[in-house]
Design a binder for this molecule. Structure first.
Ligand SMILES: [Zn+2]
Length: 474
């Protein structure tokens, strides 16, 4: 008995003696992320369990004590990087669940107490076995991410150009010492954490990812800008890790996309938030920050992780500068959103958002609309509105970086720009790439129609602003 106590990872007491009714696993969910796979067991109480990792073939064995399985086990998706199969093993009298692995891996398991969305949970996180493997994994996932951005998202309908062939539009020869402005786009929530849920049942995490992907595609079309998608699919990432990924990619800005909810379903409009260390700008902002920060608890972070988050948040003086930049960007984005519809608050709001606590990267959080309002929920699901919305956000971002480009960037070097027409170029494509209106592009170059020829030089007007609807209705 003593030996058994020692080998058990967790022994929990409140069910009293061995006479207590058997606990059961109500469901099992698998979330496949680029760098880990999370298996979640939904339970009707806390359990005693033991996880053992085995080699040849690689597998993970979870032994449960006094637990029954009430449902069938799910199949991992083919793209899962770690888990090949999940099965029940009948070798012992007690419940044993075996995860057949695609490669050697390490495991971290912990239990979570019930919250408003879930009952008791046992979370099993599976990740690459060694440091070395993790690095390759990360690189691989970055490549996959950028590939999927380029291939999965269809371009908005472009007029057919007689010059165009299969080649992608000619790129300006970039000055190699100049870099792109890098924007990290974060889709809020994910995996176990659905975020807010709209009246029709759609989850905020789904809307946020759709909008984030569209924003990424638009940013990547702008000359001198590059976007990084922080969450690429339906899985959970800790708030702290979201910022960390942005830092790894040397992002100049971190933008987190959300769709808020409120108990009064009449409440509507977009808002833009920045971090505040001194308290929230309104009660509403304070409550919202508390809700968004709960993501880690809902999505599943252990207490030890939580302490690390607090310990490692270095809110030093350098944040003052990035906070000023955050407010500046936020105001510009708010200005863009104002053009397309209702603002919930006319001013940039602030509160203590954990996801924005990056000491060196300006960070903003955009609540695109209220998913709790039936008509806004409908808009959020509509691809046309998603386009308008992302164009408006892009407008704000481009406006900011045109005015305050970071040093050594293409945008800093491109105050007076010229574009040499290449194969596949269209006037509207050029307008979109430099984020200028078609009208101002024609005017600047004295064009009477949209006919252009290869080798022709166009002056790019300095005006940063583009009418949001123009880029979507074209
Ligand atoms: Zn949210």
């Amino acid at each position: 008995m003593i030996a058994r106590l020692i080998t058990s990872i967790l022994l929990i007491g409140f069910c009293g003696g061995s006479e207590a009714a058997a606990l059961s696993i109500e469901s099992v969910r698998i979330w496949a992320a680029p760098e880990n796979t999370r298996v979640v067991f939904d339970l009707n109480g806390q359990v005693e369990h033991k996880v053992t990792t085995l080699d040849n073939p690689s597998r993970m064995v979870i032994d449960f004590t006094n637990v029954t399985l009430s449902n069938t086990l799910p199949k991992p998706v083919a793209a899962d990087r770690f888990v090949e199969n999940i099965r029940k093993s009948g070798e012992t009298g007690e419940l044993r669940v075996v995860l057949d692995l695609k490669k050697p891996a390490q495991v971290h398991s912990f239990q979570l107490p019930p919250n408003e969305k879930y009952s008791h949970r046992l979370v099993v996180d599976i990740s690459a076995a060694s440091q070395e493997q993790q690095v390759t994994q990360a690189e691989e996932s970055v490549q996959i991410a950028s590939r999927s951005i380029e291939t999965k998202i269809p371009d908005t309908a472009e007029p057919v150009d007689p010059l165009a062939d299969d080649e992608s539009p000619a790129r300006l020869p970039n000055n190699s010492s100049m870099r792109d402005v890098i924007i990290a786009v974060d889709a809020g929530h994910g995996g176990d954490d659905p975020g807010s849920i709209g009246p029709s049942g759609i989850h905020e995490k789904v809307i946020a990812l759709t909008i984030a992907k569209k924003l990424v595609a638009k940013i990547n079309k702008v000359h001198g800008m590059k976007a990084i998608l922080i969450r690429e699919g339906d899985y959970f990432i800790k708030l702290r890790d979201r910022m960390e990924k942005a830092r790894q990619h040397k992002a100049d800005l971190f933008v987190s996309i959300h769709a808020d909810s409120f108990k009064d379903s009449k409440v509507i409009g977009s808002s833009v938030y920045v971090l505040s260390q001194r308290g929230a700008s309104s009660e509403h902002a304070k409550r919202l920050a508390a809700r968004e920060n709960a993501s880690d608890l809902i999505g599943g972070v252990t207490l030890e992780d939580k302490d690390n988050v607090l310990a490692s948040v270095l809110l030093d003086l350098s944040q003052t500068a990035s906070l000023e930049a955050s407010i500046d960007v936020a105001e510009r984005v708010l200005g863009g959103l104002k053009k397309i519809g209702n603002l919930h608050k006319k001013r940039v709001e602030s509160a203590a958002f954990a996801v924005l606590k990056s000491p060196d990267i300006p960070s903003v959080l955009i609540e695109t609309a209220y998913i709790s309002n039936p008509s806004e929920e409908k808009k959020l699901r509509n691809p046309v509105f998603q386009d308008t919305l992302t164009s408006a956000i892009l407008d704000g971002l481009v406006g900011y970086f045109r005015l305050r480009p970071p040093e050594n960037t293409i945008m800093a070097n491109n105050r007076d720009q010229e574009h040499v027409i290449g194969r596949g170029d269209t006037l509207s494509g050029i307008a979109e790439r430099y984020q200028v209106s078609l009208r101002s592009l024609r005017k600047e170059n004295g064009l009477e129609n949209d006919r252009i020829r290869i080798g022709q030089k166009l002056r790019i007007p300095a005006s940063a602003s583009i009418v949001a609807s123009e880029s979507t209705t074209r």
